[in-house]
Design a protein around this ligand. Sequence first.
Ligand code: NAD
Length: 473
Amino acid sequence: MHIIDTVYIDGAFVTPHGDEWFDLFNPATEAVIGRVRLAGADDANAAVAAAARAFPAFSRLGKRARIDMLMRLHDAVAAREDALFEAIVEEYGAPVSRGRWMAQHAASVLRDAANVLEGYAFTRRAGTAEVTMQPLGVAGLITPWNSNAGFICGKLAAAIAAGCTAVVKPSEMSALQTRIVTEALHEAGLPPGVFNIVTGRGETVGARIAAHPGVAKLSFTGSTAVGKTILRTAAETLKRVTLELGGKSPVVVLDDANFDTAVPLALQAGFMNSGQACIAGTRLLVPHARLAEFEARVVEAVAQIHAGDPRDARTSVGPMVSRKQWERVQGYIRAGIDEGARVLAGGLHRPEGVEKGWFVRPTVFSDVTNDMTIAREEIFGPVLSIIAYRDTDHAVEIANDTHYGLQAYVLSASTDRAREVAARIEAGRVLVNTLAHEPAAPFGGFKQSGIGREYGRFGLEAFLEPKSTLGVL
Ligand code: NAD
């Protein structure tokens, strides 16, 4: 039984003022595996105060010193890879292959930020003025449970690279991972107050950070509904805001696609992170003329997908993170059936032979129209919709007929054709015949998938404000 009874403020592990205890579960067994004492609004205030005290000195440090700090943070998190991996599998239920990648990713984003900083010029010229990119101040970083360690480290990396100090509010459901990451970051020996980590409820700690007049910048990853609340709150003090929200990403399968590669790639895009991924490709747009062939391939391929024990190396779809999430996903499968979509693979309930754990059957619907609930709303589980299209114009129309615009995928035998279609899709990222991530490229959403960008130079600049000095050149 893990007991987590401290938060991290001003360079020290301290007992929070908050006195609510929250249970942590293993989603594969439904067993309670730990308890975390949650921070309250007073702790958020103390964390902001510590970050504000640290800001003047930290923001004046040179680029070299911050690169050195980022690399120390990287090394410290990398050294805890095995412990982090264990926590990710135990607390989140990530299949081991995914969990290993997630543990490594948490360290690598710190190194990526150091690399960006290396090549970044904070001062440039604009006409007769000197323009300096200046850190914004205290940053509030609020993260979800579906890649907890990676989000904490990624947001913190960009804030530190920019010269901001930070208050992190991770998901309350990911306290084991947060503890390991916090211990590692502490070992890197940064000045007290540069970063503070307070696990607590969104409505109390998150809301306090969003409202706090001492916070200049918010970077939030989570649901579109909460993102809108945060934006409204932040408006009071005109905070700079980056929002990374939900998605309903189309996978546009062009009529020349080779199904030997396109079908496995489409299913991987849809079922990644057990379907609990904002970038999951959940709407599979397939030409009418090849629909039957695509469906047959999907049935075959889904039958090979192993959904179950995350510690089994064959597993690619693990459990949903919580009972609530499991029920939500079941609700969407029910809605798909009720609205007349056809279950091609999977369906309601747990996979066969599985009695316990928040496992969902990897599910693919066909005969889906883009106005159905399952085609419009983010399910955040392994549930995909095949939508047939007439021609390329129709495919693009369906792809863009969504409030979201985070990511899209185009699969084609011709890169030129795929590029033309990619250019017409409203999404922050379009992946052509690949699932590979590019850390140097900006990441973020069009439309209601968010505001602003993370990663690379754009991600760094999200924590900076241009300041012009005239008369000095
Ligand atoms: P969520 O929006 O419920 O919570 C996200 C974080 O916000 C948590 O730390 C939560 O405690 C906090 N929070 C909740 N209410 C708050 C409030 N009123 N004020 C301030 N903070 C508050 O999302 P979740 O269920 O943890 O995560 C799933 C969602 O995250 C999905 O919708 C998914 O699409 C989205 N997501 C987006 C990205 C992206 O990069 N675009 C990545 C991963 C997940």
